[in-house]
Design a protein around this ligand. Sequence first.
Ligand code: PAF
Length: 285
Amino acid sequence: MILFKRPDDLIDFIQKKRKSIIKIGFVPTMGALHQGHISLIEKSKSENDITICSIFINPTQFNNPNDFKKYPVTIEADIEQLELNGCDILFMPSVHDIYPENFQKSNFELGYLDNILEGKHRAGHFQGVCMVVKRLLEIVKCDILYLGQKDYQQCMVIKKMASDLNIPVEIKISPTIREENGLAMSSRNKRLNEAEKGVALVIFEVLSFLKDNIFELSIPALLQTGENKLTSKGFKVDYIEITDEILNPIKNAEKNQTIVALIAASIGDVRLIDNMMLNHANNAE
Ligand code: PAF
């Protein structure tokens, strides 16, 4: 694996490679890698000539300075995992590389996506995500960008940004990878102690309950039961929501409709998010 720290070096390298028309897959991360990231690397490797992974803890997407300070950093283990899994290039820029003095901040028109769910609870978060992903795509100029469904709203935001700005990239979203007990893999899980890990899987249990009962109970009853279960286990719930495919809350569940459930809740000072498809429009799993 080749490590690049400076954007210009990576740009040069890619330009040279492009002369023999290669296909490039890109997996952007903030490090603290887990099997969810590795599944994206594997997918990219199977579909491209070169796979690039970036590790950059992007300060502009943290609305909470404490969350930024406490974000897990496990660089050595990350490098080992990437090498073991055959990643070709690791890009690890500094904050100054990504946001140089002359960096022009833009305002991304994200519409309602900026103000609901994560957008509502983490003001400015998606502006920061778009800022860094746009910048990374300008440097990496990949053919395919790989994202995880665990950050469902982020996937929608990045797709909108890329389409609005005519960024020539295909975006592929891969399913959430879970621990055996159902807990969605997340870099933030590293901050949970053993007892908290046991409690954290209740998010998956609630999502599974919503899925099992989506056509049995009313949406308000489902949401109330889900919220009660979470709070009774000590969670502080930011939201529990049942929506259509594009994140508009729904009042009734229809069989011919894609339905998604999304949860954000904190246990101790660790905030976790997860989601699950409750129904597919075409009834395919
Ligand atoms: O999902 C993440 O890890 C980050 O939001 C991303 C896409 C790497 C941008 O910093």
